[in-house]
Design a protein around this ligand. Structure first.
Ligand code: OAD
Ligand code: ZN
Length: 237
């Protein structure tokens, strides 16, 4: 069993699986479909150009679902880790639901953006979703009136804060990956990179599947059950 203490630099990467127990569907659960459209058809810049109203409809709906959801014991365990480790803890998430922040984590990198904001196509300013009028099919920027888009990193776009992430992968002692299928790059490569750069690695997932050789320790189960146990073990040792 991998051990950590107050001086361990720990980086955690989460995916949709950690929010499953909060009632939010993972991409796999939904077979990658939304109202019979492949999710990739509403998650690209081309889709927005083709049909911005449909793309907005999808993200307004997801934002509503995320706001109704609550952090679960998996999120809460990661918040306790941050309280314990402070600056030695960093959380990278592919999720856009905002649940990590609501659980109390502040050292969070939302590499795929956030449902909580919209981005102006003209003046580039960010507006919180709850500050804008969502009635129009395509909401308008409160600052300049131009069209807004969801502040989500779509397929083909560069994830946010990659330089910071690189530095974290280089410096970390332990890298833990939770609830991600590991198919979407670059996030899927982080655990391998961290391992090659010398970190010990562990993975938490509901399904066993085939674990690559660069995962040192695998914990099968629900994140909301497994994470509190792991964190408790670490903090008691
Ligand atoms: P996926 O839906 O691809 O994978 C979810 C993973 O979580 C699977 O491996 C499940 O086995 C696992 N899982 C499900 N329930 C779980 C639970 N209760 N506890 C632990 N694990 C559980 O989601 P991601 O890997 O996050 O990108 O998907 C990556 C990216 O693909 C997303 O960020 C999104 C999507 O397209 C963008 O939106 C840019
Ligand atoms: Zn604007």
């Amino acid at each position: 069993m991998i051990k950590i203490n107050e001086n361990t630099k720990l980086v955690v990467l989460t995916g949709a699986g950690i929010s499953a127990e909060s009632g939010l569907k993972t991409f796999r659960d939904s077979d990658g479909l939304w109202e019979n459209y492949p999710v990739t058809d509403v998650a690209t810049p081309e889709a927005y150009q083709r049909n911005p109203a449909m793309v907005w409809r999808f993200y307004k709906e997801r934002w509503k679902q995320a706001r109704q959801a609550h952090p679960n014991p998996g999120h809460e365990a990661l918040a306790r880790l941050e309280t314990w480790l402070g600056q030695n803890f960093s959380l990278i998430t592919q999720n856009v639901d905002g649940l990590h922040t609501r659980a109390g984590n502040s050292r969070v990198i939302e590499m795929h953006g956030s449902l909580e904001n919209a981005l102006c196509l003209s003046c580039n300013s960010r507006s919180p979703m709850d500050s804008i009028n969502l009635d129009p099919d395509i909401p308008a920027c409160p600052k300049c009136g131009a069209s807004l888009r969801p502040d989500i990193v779509w397929f083909g776009e560069m994830p946010y804060r990659m330089q910071e992430i690189d530095a974290l992968l280089q410096a970390c002692d332990v890298f833990m990956v939770v609830g991600t299928s590991g198919v979407v790059y670059p996030a899927a490569g982080f655990v391998m990179t961290a391992s090659y750069l010398g970190a010990k690695t562990l993975a938490v997932n509901l399904e066993a599947g085939e674990m690559p050789h660069f995962v040192d320790e695998f914990h099968q189960g629900k994140a909301g059950e497994v994470l509190p146990r792991i964190v408790e073990n670490w903090m008691e040792a």
